[in-house]
Design a protein around this ligand. Structure first.
Ligand SMILES: Nc1nc2c(ncn2[C@@H]2O[C@H](COP(=O)(O)OP(=O)(O)OP(=O)(O)O)[C@@H](O)[C@H]2O)c(=O)[nH]1
Ligand SMILES: [Mg+2]
Length: 327
């Protein structure tokens, strides 16, 4: 199964500066040419930048060590060594970069266009032609390049989606994600089909909304039941929430209550995020009656009802989700 990678430990190094050159001009018939050693090239830098099309940190799990190139040495005839190539590391929006040892936050790359120069490359050394003076006609030394630096970093995806789909196992979260977005999560009639978040992009007019299908939350999740803490951490990384409740359940009000209780126990602030309640599987018998129960339990919250199987209520839900994501 594809694993959703939302954290990575990486090591980055900037390049060393290239050494300056010690060199003397050689020309026929001129016995003592002047110094003409050129400068070394600068070492490459390490930079992070946000790419909107990235949704996870999988590319950092594949490659964990990134080294920028060192500058090339200077040459005769004042030839400047080539600068080392930079390393550019692309990150999805909503990524935090921390020092791996101290945990100190170094950069918060939240928006499109954000970039952060993490390590500057070492400066190239100056060649010996710089060091010529009236009293020193033939300097036999040049500067070394300055060394690059290395840093160990913890990279974490902080915000994974505009809206998170939260519900008990089997509530129909993955089915809804597949109906609204380009994502194709596995759907099955048993609980915990989804074990790590699935991300999809929904287009509605010119609005684009990133939706996360989060694995099922069960009673006791906030104390660790059913990998609950891990899943709740993902819930915490969405800006708004849609609570999905299965209208085939005998007690939809109780199901909603479990969600509220577990999220609130994990972090009370989760319950002040913008949210709405969605009754699913409206095609099932008795779902009408259960919807009324759910509305009573939701008191004051916006409740919508859908059936993905009958394509009922989906357009209204899509519009509501866009509003929610902007709230
Ligand atoms: N009758 C009916 N069944 C549905 C509807 N939507 C989903 N289901 C079924 O409900 C079951 C669970 O659907 P999933 O989308 O896998 O549920 P989930 O919430 O992602 O479940 P987990 O990943 O296990 O947490 C599947 O058998 C679906 O076919 C619907 O609109 N009507
Ligand atoms: Mg699922």
């Amino acid at each position: 199964m594809e694993r959703f990678v939302d954290e990575a430990l990486i090591e980055v190094s900037s390049g060393d500066g290239g050494p300056g050159s010690v060199h003397f001009r050689r020309e026929k018939f001129i016995p003592k040419g002047g110094p003409d050693g050129g400068d070394g090239g600068d070492g490459g830098s390490v930079r992070f930048l946000v790419r909107l099309n990235l949704k996870a940190l999988s590319h950092l799990a594949m490659q964990r060590v990134f080294r920028a190139e060192s500058g090339r040495p200077g040459g005769g005839n004042r030839k400047h060594g080539r600068d080392g190539r930079d390393v550019e590391i692309a990150l999805p929006p909503g990524t935090l970069v921390k020092d791996a040892e101290s945990g100190r936050l170094l950069a918060d790359l939240s928006a499109s266009g954000d970039s952060w120069l993490c390590l500057q490359g070492g400066r190239g050394g100056r060649g010996n032609w710089h060091f010529r003076s009236p009293t020193r006609q033939a300097p036999r030394y040049a500067q070394k390049g300055l060394p690059g630096a290395t840093r160990r970093l913890a990279v974490e995806l902080n915000l994974i989606a505009d809206v998170g789909l939260v519900g008990q196992p089997n509530a129909g979260k993955s089915t809804l994600l597949a109906a609204l977005t380009n994502a194709r999560p596995k759907i099955a009639a048993y609980p915990f089909t989804t074990r790590s978040p699935y991300i999809g992009v929904m287009r509605n007019g010119d609005a684009e909304l990133i939706i996360a299908d989060i694995p099922g939350i069960i009673e006791g999740a906030s104390t660790g039941a059913g990998l609950g803490l891990r899943f709740l951490k993902h819930v915490n990384r969405t800006r708004a929430l849609a609570f999905l409740v299965d209208l085939g359940d005998a007690e939809p009000g109780a199901a909603l209550e479990v969600l509220r209780r577990e999220l609130g126990a994990y972090d009370p602030a989760l319950l002040s995020r913008p949210r709405l309640v969605v009754g699913t599987k409206l095609d099932l018998p008795e779902s009408g009656e259960r919807l009324r129960e759910l509305e009573a339990a939701a008191a004051g919250e916006r409740v919508l009802a859908i059936s993905v199987w009958n394509r009922q209520g989906l357009e209204e839900l899509a519009r509501a989700l866009v509003e929610l994501g902007r709230a």
